[in-house]
Write a protein that binds this ligand. Structure first.
Ligand code: UDP
Length: 150
């Protein structure tokens, strides 16, 4: 089982979409390992998006992400990075397929609802940035045999 980091961004929190987004993850069969409503400071936002530091949208992105609380999550499942990237949809919500979170809830690139780690390495790094080890819950979902063949 792998883990990934997902974050419902301030736009979706303000639009009362936390429940609908979390529902989609639960319906898929993914397991929530940690979750919290949390307003990031500038240092955390800059560190999280460090790979984009040279990009023209970097400052706007950092001020958007710190503008209000996000709903940060650690989610577990088989092949979870790929599965969640598919559910999240492509970066630009105007182009994201209907049925994806971004495709169903967003329009603007700068208001694209949710973040999901793009590799196992980023997932490890981002989980470590946003969560303390003590916040990660180790438990078994009793429906596991009904979600996975083995
Ligand atoms: N972003 C933006 N303007 C752009 C490109 C990206 O505001 O022209 C923001 C957008 O919120 C995106 C984030 O920067 O989700 C990170 O970009 P990335 O290319 O890593 O996309 P993601 O992995 O989130 O799909």
């Amino acid at each position: 089982m792998e883990r990934t980091f997902l974050m419902i961004k301030p736009d979706a929190v303000q639009r009362n979409l936390i429940g609908q987004v979390v529902s989609r993850l639960e319906q898929k069969g993914l397991k929530l390992v940690a979750a919290k409503l949390y307003q990031a400071n500038e240092d955390l936002a800059k560190e999280h998006y460090a790979e984009h530091v040279e990009k023209p949208f970097f400052n706007k992105l950092v001020s958007f992400i710190t503008s209000g609380p996000v709903f940060a999550m650690v989610v577990e499942g088989n092949n979870v990075v790929e599965v969640t990237r598919t559910i999240v949809g492509e970066t630009n919500p105007a182009k994201a397929a209907p049925g994806t979170i971004r495709g169903d809830y967003g329009i603007d690139l700068g208001r694209n609802i949710i973040h999901g780690s793009d590799s196992n390495e980023s997932a490890e790094r981002e989980i470590g940035l946003w969560f303390d080890k003590s916040e990660l819950n180790n438990y078994k979902l009793n429906n596991e045999n009904w979600v996975y063949e083995k």
